[in-house]
Design a protein around this ligand. Structure first.
Ligand code: DGJ
Length: 562
């Protein structure tokens, strides 16, 4: 029995002595620093208590965190599933039930519950908007439509959505959020239980593509603000192609009304709303950061195929409007996708951009999460992954509204297993994210049978096992390079992997050896030497659907011959 990465862990611990006696002042102040993002080598990482941190997360259902009592049963289940972080809504209606009178008893109970179970939190500020609606605002805001104006449809009807163009709404939301962040600083600045904060939730307008209230109509008829125009001019070369094409097909003007600059298609309404939400959220975020500067982000509901603005959340932080969001909301640290669709790699890839590290606050759970999380951490250097509806593990599902396939959401077993493996591999993944020594590949859905990725000087070719009629299902594999010819491979799903040279022609690539490594009782132990039928007579690495639940990874050594 042998620890395959014992040496790596040992050398890391020698460098970062953890005992208080030998900790240097620099190490102590690094450990005391607030959770923050830091560029480390090729990746941007979340740093917590002085060390890199991968969020192995889950988001509770929308109403769960309104009750500290309810959450008492949930925390231990989540800890047992090997989560290290829970994403919990905090609602404006709960923190400021009367104007100017704040109540943080629920927030304090959530922080205590997380601490008691050795969990961290990401707080989701359900302020002015949650899924386009303003259903989480306090009654004193909700019922006073004169003071807090709403988004209107083109026929002059109000909707249950506060207008992002309203300064009164903005100031009230920013004040409540700043108060929350002040409270978090008071109760948590020396413990760092709360790691990050999401500002609002899945903003945008439906069912029409923009707000038609009087103030919105006036802004839409006016000029595109110079701050945005200057940003577009300065970042022209790196702009999202859809945005750039809308701008350039109208002549690439440096000044003009929204329709003069971006054209008269519905996309322009979306870009206009994106600017309104971004600049609103900028005010809220910066007010909060002045009190307590944790990393903050906004999340997006993605677009179903062939949906137009207004059918999807018009103005949300979508790939085509990310530049507008970056220009309007510079205080946000990143923008995030909520990925419930099957084409995970495309959507996740669209958000893993220079200057926008990838964090996935909501994703489908179940077996899909195993492969998807491997791809996010391995290929896209994600700082975190979180499956939605996590508190249903072991419980009767609470509220299935909006969830079309419960089986995709409520298989805590697969997610717990992959998080157990990922938490054991975290130090290596974080180290290798910095140098490009970790990657991953993903097969999605029934139509796709194979995928390939460069791993060092080799190419890994993954093929789904079984016949196409045997059904789809996804498969993913994460590769950690330990030397020029050796990789640790973690796989989710049924597949086999062959290896070839990254260049055409000779030499041929052979498998020197494959060893099974098992994560048991908190440590890695050597399992079987895989050969014969178990590795297709030395020609392939075979991955199985139950590898993850068995805590199994493979150490693969390759060689070259002519
Ligand atoms: C996306 C939202 O952001 C969540 O709060 C929740 O409503 C889910 N949809 C439901 O699937």
């Amino acid at each position: 029995m042998r620890h395959w990465f014992g040496r790596a862990v040992l050398s890391v611990s020698l460098l970062t002595c953890t005992s208080t006696v030998c900790q240097s002042q620099a190490e102590r102040s690094a450990a005391n620093a607030l959770p923050h993002l830091e560029k480390r080598g090729a990746s941007t990482q979340l740093i917590v208590d002085g060390k890199g941190f991968l969020v192995l997360g889950g988001e509770v259902h929308n109403s769960s965190s309104s009750s500290v009592e309810y959450m008492k049963k949930v925390w231990p289940q989540l800890a047992a599933m090997h989560l290290n972080t829970v994403l919990v809504p905090v609602a404006w209606e709960t923190t400021e039930p009367e104007e100017g009178k704040f109540d943080y008893s629920c927030v304090d109970g959530l922080i205590q519950g997380a601490r008691d179970n050795n969990l961290r939190l990401v707080v989701l500020w359900f302020g002015a908007w949650k899924n386009t609606y303003s259903s989480y605002v306090p009654a004193w805001v909700k019922t006073n439509t004169e003071r807090f104006p709403r988004v209107q449809t083109s026929d002059g009807r109000g909707t249950e959505r506060l207008s992002p163009l309203s300064a009164t709404v903005r100031e009230a939301d920013a004040k409540a959020f700043a108060s929350l962040m002040h409270h978090l600083r008071v109760v948590d600045a020396n413990k760092h239980t709360v790691l990050m904060v999401q500002v609002e939730n899945e903003v945008g307008v439906i069912p029409q593509s923009r707000d038609h209230s009087a103030i919105a109509e006036a802004a839409f008829a006016g000029k595109v603000p110079p701050t945005l125009m200057n940003f577009l001019v300065q970042h022209r070369a790196s702009l999202n192609p859809e945005l750039r094409s809308a701008w350039e097909s109208g002549g690439g003007k440096a000044e003009g009304t929204w329709q003069a600059v971006f054209g008269s298609a519905p996309l322009t309404d979306d870009l206009f709303m994106a600017w309104q939400y971004a600049t609103f959220i900028e005010k809220v975020t910066s007010a909060g950061k002045e009190e307590y500067p944790l990393p903050m982000y906004a999340n997006a509901a993605l677009i179903r195929p062939n949906y137009d603005p207004g059918q999807y959340n018009s103005g949300g932080p979508l790939p085509h409007s990310m530049d507008i969001w970056h220009a309007g909301a510079a205080s946000l640290d990143f923008l995030s996708p909520d990925i419930y669709f099957n084409d995970f790699a495309n959507w996740a890839g669209a958000y893993a951009r220079p200057g926008n590290p990838l964090f996935i606050p909501e994703a489908q759970s179940g077996s899909a999460a195993a492969s998807n999380s491997l791809y996010a951490f391995g290929r896209l250097s994600a700082i975190g992954f979180s499956a939605f509806g996590i508190d249903d593990q072991g419980n009767t599902p609470l509220d299935l509204v909006g969830i079309t396939n419960p089986a995709d959401h409520f298989d805590g077993g697969a997610l717990g297993a992959i998080y157990s493996e990922l938490s054991a591999l975290t130090p290596m993944i974080l180290e290798k994210q910095q140098t490009g020594g970790v990657t991953a590949t993903l097969i999605e859905g029934e139509a796709q049978r194979s995928a390939r990725v460069s791993v060092g000087q080799y190419t890994a070719n993954m093929t789904k096992a079984g016949s196409p009629s045997a059904g789809g299902g996804r498969a993913g594999a994460l590769f950690i390079q330990t030397d020029a010819n050796e990789f640790i491979v973690v796989g989710g799903g049924d597949a086999q992997i062959t290896f070839s040279s990254d260049k055409p022609g000779l030499p041929i690539v052979g498998i020197e050896s494959i060893d099974e490594e098992l994560f048991e009782n908190g440590r890695w132990v050597r399992g079987r030497r895989m050969n014969g039928d178990e590795n297709s007579q030395g020609q392939a690495l075979r991955l199985h659907a139950n590898d993850v639940s068995l805590g199994r990874v493979y150490r693969v050594r390759l060689y070259r011959y002519r």
